[in-house]
Ligand binder design. Sequence first.
Ligand SMILES: Cc1ncc(COP(=O)(O)O)c(C=O)c1O
Length: 253
Amino acid sequence: MWGRDDVDAGKKYAADVKSLLDFATSGQIAAFIAESIQGVGGCVVFSDGYLKHVYEYVRGAGGLCIADEVQSGFGRTGTHYWGFETQGVIPDIVTMAKGIGNGCPLGAVVTTPKIAQALAQRTHFNTFGGNPVVCAQGRAVLEVIDREKLQGNALKIGNKILASLSGLKEKHKLIGDVRGKGLMLGIELVKDRQSKEPAKEECAQILETCKEMGLLLGKGGLWGQTIRFSPPMCVNEQDADFLLDVLDSAFSA
Ligand SMILES: Cc1ncc(COP(=O)(O)O)c(C=O)c1O
């Protein structure tokens, strides 16, 4: 609704949450949860200041702030290890998975001792919880992320891809927006740049065409109009060039 050139966009979007709190709740809430960058929602990067204002409102209503870092965590944004850091906030609870295990089934929740205490006298268990083999894998993954400087790689390769995607946007009018941080990137397809009408069928077709050329891509957005990339954080320049060449050919076709 508000463009990226609007410096107050974060504040204006957060006002929507304030209005929900004021008019659709008792005024006291348990918690607010958000991905730090929305993944399946279409790689939506919040405007600067959005979470800062939202957290203020939520805490004002007695709520806890939860960051879902399942997709955006572990260095993927390139500039920061956690997505919430890109918004300058500190959550009360952080949920994490995917990147923590590099494919092995592992998820974790991190919180303060005070909040964790609430569960100390309760029974909470699941079949695979605390699996030692998977935890060992997770530890190894964290070491590799640091040792191989994969956060820096996410920044370098992500910036290269994003810059080239901006070039593709100049060339192909089906591309309405390119966005993201590090190796969490998206291309939103529109039938018309003014009306921003979602180009759902065209998006599905581009994915098929890319698949035929050996490139598997994800899709998201409310109307399935956004191509999403969250590739392995070890992708290199050649992988990026391949991705960009295939995309350019698919859009041209
Ligand atoms: C951002 C995000 N949060 C949460 C989940 C669910 O995670 P889990 O399958 O570990 O419950 C997913 C799963 O795809 C996700 O993408």
